[in-house]
Unconditional design. Structure first.
Length: 309
């Protein structure tokens, strides 16, 4: 099944004056994980009628073939548009071209173009001979293929590796968009002020006109979030840090607090007119389900379409 283009999904949501809700999944590493995902998690989240889903690529591009298979299955079995992550890591231009051909044959039309994280056991990105170093090169290549709608990543606090500062990083994001990106999806953040500064700078100063979509992660444990922010450089505000410290030994209470915190974060973002909410689900259905129920209970009409293919 050939799915709707990401650009069309956001345009339609804008016309209908509703936020586009989307979920990110990671590819399970084990047969047991596959069963849990396809038997329980995916059916539960698909029932929430997201506008689309995205599927990660795995560290170092380790799951690229599986990613395409999961995206294809989401589209064919659930009628949901889905987006495949695509990175520069460990692949030559020729290999990426082959992957794009394969994606197109499968009816996959939406891509998230990323530089990507280094493979496990390494600490620095290394460009392979004949490969790409930057995400804008992937955007340019995929745009040249035709038929794809492309999202790119944005960093409200600046990319961890950009030593020149966040405004230089945002200039580079503008260049990625200029290469043909249709939307920006942000890294996780816990203080909405960072997102608003980022969005306003891109729109008002840099003239970026594509949807800028906040990425939201429901906290599930104090230890897990500390690990994530160490990898991506996001700030944990002092009040949140204190609360997580108090919940450090009680994961169930931390997860309940995470639903409450993410709900409040999303309420504020929706009131400020964001074009959508992109949830990093971590392959868990309950937190996202509860958050969306809370938002609708607070009076927000999310208007999630049935599919969209």
């Amino acid at each position: 099944m050939e799915a709707a283009l990401l650009s069309d999904l956001y345009a339609r949501a804008q016309r209908e004056r509703r936020p586009l809700i989307s979920f990110e999944f990671f590819t399970p590493r084990t047969a047991e994980g596959d069963r849990a995902f396809f038997d329980r998690t995916l059916p539960a989240l698909a029932a929430l009628r997201p506008g689309y889903c995205s599927v990660t690529y795995g560290a170092g591009g380790s799951t690229r073939d599986k990613t395409l298979g999961v995206v294809e299955r989401i589209q064919n079995d659930y009628g949901l548009p889905a987006m495949a992550h695509l990175t520069c890591v460990g692949a030559t231009r020729a290999q990426i071209e082959d992957l794009l051909d394969d994606a197109r044959r499968r009816g996959i039309r939406n891509l998230l173009a990323l530089r990507g994280d280094p493979p496990e056991g390494t600490t620095a990105f290394e460009q392979v001979p004949g490969g790409f170093r930057y995400a804008h090169e992937l955007v340019t290549l995929a745009r040249g293929f035709g038929g794809f709608s492309i999202a790119v990543a944005g960093f409200p606090e600046g990319h961890l590796e950009c030593r020149e500062g966040k405004r230089v990083d945002w200039e580079r994001l503008k260049a990625k968009v200029a290469c043909g990106a249709d939307a920006v999806i942000t890294q996780l953040f816990f203080d909405n002020a960072y997102f608003y500064e980022f969005r306003d700078h891109l729109v008002d100063r840099l003239g970026v006109r594509v949807p800028i979509v906040p990425g939201i992660i429901p906290i599930q444990s104090a230890g897990q979030i500390r690990k994530f922010v160490a990898l991506c450089g996001a700030t944990i505000p002092p009040a949140l840090a204190a609360r997580l410290e108090a919940l450090a030994t009680d994961d169930a209470a931390a997860a309940e607090f995470g639903i409450e915190f993410a709900t409040a974060q999303c309420v504020d973002l929706l009131r400020q007119g964001v074009p959508g909410l992109h949830f990093y689900s971590l392959n868990k259905a309950l937190p996202v389900t509860r958050i969306l129920q809370n938002l609708e209970g607070s009076g927000f009409s999310l208007g999630r379409p049935a599919g969209g293919s």
